[in-house]
Design a binder for this molecule. Structure first.
Ligand code: 13P
Length: 262
């Protein structure tokens, strides 16, 4: 029997621009996107844009001055508010900029910049402490999938990432399942495989925090999402949105994804 509380999970479609688009290009993107996705399109879906740090202030200004309904996002942050951390970005500063969502534990940060589960967990707690919403990423490598270690890896990342977070806080969070082998490769998990892992993540949250927390947490799929596959993915009962990389850089394509992902 479907859980009636799932009706409250609005889809969240997030554009992770990674290290693409300078602040001029970011402004152009938002202006063009605003012609395509207006208030009507946002009635039943949330959209967040995650530009590089150097663009956030510019994007925030356009969102505010044109009263656009997209949420402002960041791609990561440090867990301390301030200090001698050259090159790092404070969650307190992101809060001041009006950032709503912060991606943390993206596989590129874990694999290329050495972020551990413990660091990711500190970030999750810092983001929540600053009244922003974490998008906690998890996902397995191809080798892990092929050797039957997908669940162990992904659920281990979830358990570690959520340590010390309350049930109420988890219910308001976002988790993004992004199989590493599907990121930027054009290879998407089949909707059945993506659903299976998203359901396993929800079951893990239920085991840790109870059924109502599990019914509240939003779970995104990420990895080569595009307008051609979003409809099938969003149809899955445990997939509540998408974390989109490459396809979110083109306003026309991202607008299609938003329209089809509602
Ligand atoms: P792609 O959509 O380019 O595969 O990237 C997915 C991703 O990593 C989003 O965070």
């Amino acid at each position: 029997m479907p859980d009636p509380s799932t009706a409250s999970r609005r889809p969240l479609l997030s554009g992770n621009w990674k290290m693409h688009q300078n602040h001029f290009e970011a402004i152009q993107f938002v202006q063009k996107f605003a012609y395509l996705i207006g208030k009507d399109e946002l009635a039943d879906v949330d959209v967040s844009l995650h530009p590089p740090f150097t663009d956030i202030r510019s994007v925030q200004t356009v969102l505010e001055s044109d009263k656009l309904g997209y949420a402002l996002g960041a791609q990561h942050c440090h867990w301390e508010d301030k200090g001698a951390f050259t090159g790092e970005v404070s969650p307190a500063f992101l809060e001041k900029l009006g950032v709503d969502y912060v991606i943390c534990g993206h596989s590129e940060r874990r694999e290329l910049f050495g972020e551990t589960d413990e660091m990711v967990n500190r970030k999750v707690r810092a983001i929540i402490a600053h009244a922003m919403t974490p998008i906690l990423c998890c996902g397995e490598t191809l080798d892990e999938r092929e050797s039957g270690r997908t669940e162990g890896k992904v659920l281990g990342q979830i358990r570690a990432g959520l340590a010390g977070v309350t049930a109420e806080q988890v219910a308001a969070m976002v988790i993004a399942y992004e199989p590493i082998w599907a990121i930027g490769t054009g290879r998407t998990a089949t909707s059945a495989d993506a659903q299976e892992m998203c359901a396993a993540i929800r079951a893990c949250v239920a085991e840790l925090y109870g059924a109502s927390t599990a019914a509240g947490v939003r779970i995104q799929y990420g990895g080569s999402v595009k307008s051609g596959n979003i409809a099938e993915l969003i149809d899955q009962p445990d997939i509540d949105g998408a974390l989109v990389g490459g396809a979110s850089l083109d306003p026309d394509e991202f607008a299609k994804i938003v329209r089809l992902g509602r």
